[in-house]
Design a protein around this ligand. Structure first.
Ligand code: NAD
Length: 407
């Protein structure tokens, strides 16, 4: 009944235009997904209501993927789900089980590839009071742009000992003189100029729009010259060609950032991991490839209190398609226990509201989360690490965020 009242989000001249009653498809998720979704959707609706009374409201449309989809349709990722995300452009999802041995590598990867959601955007910052393994977690304030469609994630792999693997090894030896052990498995790592530059462009646009200080290209180009090294070169080339007056590269700056200009620099991945711990304040927006980005997003999230808190979005800035998501997994042993931390999906929803241009509601949600954490009434994962904390359930946490959003 509610759906009839909703409208589609439009995309005009490269910009999203959200109506007052946008239809937003959501996937509840597997395992603890329904628990965190129930807590989160109340927070989203309350934030919108507090900001705009009845003028604005999200019209939620459930779409299926994962176990629920398989039970109802015998398909892990039904075509209607993909089409709903295409039709409505912006959506949100909980965690999904990766079906083992079902011919689908990962539903998350499949969704990203089918919608060409090339940028995985993960803001990482510390909320006061959240337990952290480092001394000064408040110094971490980064946004990771991870390329989502290339790299070893394309899944072009051949298994050790198989006929086709032997064929390829023979070809590589004959044609290029490459000696590879005969019992090796082989994977392909494609990194293209197109893929690299559109990701770096998204990171630079984001940094400029939000007046961030720098974009760091993180790569392992000292070893992988024509893939990761090329990513670095293409990134710098794009920055110089398309943003000439608005950015300055580290090399051209003589090591000194210039006022009013966005600094573009790079770091080798291993050094980055070290410095993200020892000097995190030197990093701001990060642009990197798929595998580095996967490791980095989780390592940085751990630095500020773990995956239960970390939000994420997968975005194609050219089509406007975006799916925001809880970044943790399904935590199956807690499914249905109303126990886990819903912050990751709640903060992902705040990112989604920002993306739709409903930033007042996003700020309200962040404020509500901050106040709730400061009260030390938190879910088990945080309670066990916080002095003087009171453990509350997932739904109680959501309700408390709602209360704390009221001024
Ligand atoms: P997981 O994230 O489910 O669990 C890792 C640890 O973190 C567990 O101890 C879990 O209890 C805890 N945890 C996770 N989310 C939490 C939360 N919100 N609050 C408190 N604690 C939380 O990772 P896993 O066990 O490796 O994977 C389980 C399933 O999830 C697998 O099928 C995996 O493929 C899938 N997965 C999905 C996504 C996704 O959909 N984006 C991401 C990662 C894993």
């Amino acid at each position: 009944m509610a759906l009839a009242a909703g409208e589609r989000i439009a995309f005009v001249d490269g910009r999203l235009v959200a109506p007052d009653r946008p239809i937003i498809p959501y996937i509840e998720g597997d395992g603890t997904g329904p628990d965190i979704w129930r807590a989160a959707v109340r927070v989203f609706d309350r934030a919108v209501e507090l900001c705009w009374k009845r003028k604005r409201r999200i019209v939620w449309k459930e779409v299926l993927a994962g176990e629920k989809a398989f039970k109802e349709t015998k398909n892990w990722l039904p075509q209607e789900t993909i089409e709903a995300f295409q039709e409505h452009r912006v959506g949100i999802k909980g965690p999904l089980t990766t079906p083992v041995g079902e011919g689908i590598r990962s539903l998350n990867v499949a969704l990203r590839q089918k919608l060409d959601l090339y940028a995985c955007v993960r803001p990482v910052r510390h909320f006061p009071g959240v337990p952290s393994p480092v001394k000064e977690p408040q110094k971490v304030d980064m946004v990771v742009f991870r390329e989502n469609t290339e790299d070893v994630y394309v899944g072009f792999e051949l298994e050790s000992g198989k006929e086709e693997t032997k064929d390829l090894l023979e070809h590589l030896l004959k044609k290029y003189g490459w000696h590879i052990r005969p019992d090796a498995g082989i994977g392909i790592k494609p990194i293209s100029k197109f893929g690299s530059q559109r990701l770096v462009r998204a990171a630079i646009d984001y940094a400029l729009a939000r007046k961030r200080k720098s974009v760091t290209l993180v790569h392992k180009g000292n070893i992988q010259k024509f893939t990761e090294g090329a990513f670095r070169s293409w990134g710098y080339q794009l920055a110089k060609e398309e943003y000439r007056n608005r950015v300055i590269t580290w090399e051209d700056s003589g090591g000194k950032p210039q006022k009013g200009k966005l600094l573009i620099k790079d770091a080798i991945a291993d050094a980055f991991f070290q410095q993200a711990l020892t000097r995190p304040e030197e990093f701001d927006v990060i642009a990197t490839m798929n595998l580095n980005g996967d490791y980095m997003s989780d390592a940085l999230a751990a630095q500020v209190g773990g995956l239960g808190m970390a939000p994420g979005g997968n975005i194609n800035y050219e089509s406007g398609y975006a799916i925001f998501e809880a970044t943790h997994g399904t935590a199956p042993k807690y499914a249905g226990l109303d126990k886990v931390n819903p912050s990751s999906v709640i903060l992902s929803g705040a990112m989604m509201l920002d993306y739709m241009g409903w930033s007042e509601a996003a700020r309200k949600i962040e404020g509500g989360i901050e106040k709730t954490l400061a009260s030390r009434k938190v879910t088990y994962d945080l309670a066990r690490l916080m002095d003087g904390a009171e453990e509350i359930s997932c739904s109680q946490f959501g309700a408390l965020v709602c209360e704390n959003m009221e001024e």
